[in-house]
Design a protein around this ligand. Sequence first.
Ligand code: ASP
Length: 322
Amino acid sequence: MKVIASHNGMKAVELAWDRLLAGADAVEACVSGVTLVEDDPDELTVGYGGLPNEDGVVELDAAVMNGRTRQGAGVAGLQRVRHPARVAQRLMEQTTRVLLVGEGALAFARANGFPEEELLTDRARRMWLYWKRTRSQHDDWLPPPRDEDLEVQTWFDRHFYRNPESTATGTVHCAARDRQDDFGCVTSTSGHAFKLPGRVGDSPILGAGLYADNEAGTCGSIGHGEANLQHLSSFAVVERLRCGDTLEQAAMTVLKRVVDHCPEHLRDARGRPKFNLQLFIMSASEEHLGAAIWPGKQIAVGDAGGHRLEPCISYFDAEGEQ
Ligand code: ASP
């Protein structure tokens, strides 16, 4: 048995591990774990408290996949329900459909008794307003005075305007192998901050945000959703494992392809992608690996040896060389 997750999924790993020990299947264990992250108002990229779209509305994407049945399902653009991963799990278990969006996803959640609520926290609302007031000098908004809402200003200085892409990103992914040696995984996100309303990223799409197949392994991905959608990285990694690649070979081959195919508007002055993409991989022999385009990232791991964060390998080194 083993659980892996993105760095922000440490508490998901702990709960998922306990659930595995208690006999839960891998999908159920991962969804239980990710629910904790979706509930956390301080996690600005997932569930309740996630940063909203351009119009100030929180729209959530999530998917689950079962490696034994190879069944999976996703919901996208889901508003007013804080647990999209649980909704996706219900969709997989109760219907023949694989993807629901917007109003249809909300209607399905309602039918299943999920409570509706405002997902925009006061903090996320202040951040959205700050973004509107600072993004352009050619609109109706005046920038806030320098000493107004320092917490929000500091966050934007550190994470948003210093990010060359100028999009705040983040997602939680969690994958597990249970007592029956079955894989299951889940990915949940509020998507890119201040995205176009209706924009759907990679997280709810099978093969992009996650993939699991008992024969080969599992992979989940966080980072620039469009780059991932164009390469179906999670599916590609699992396919390479199936064909005999090591975890590192599979990850580096797929990341190289994403780097090589990076569109012009997302390249820095040296031609490298201005975004990151991270892969979290577990093989059928239960080896695990975290890999990213850029260094400094971590993977959360839970197994009989305990819970811990381990470094990810990266395509570029700290000097930005391959
Ligand atoms: N992959 C997510 C998306 O594009 C965001 C992220 O993981 O940073 O919606």
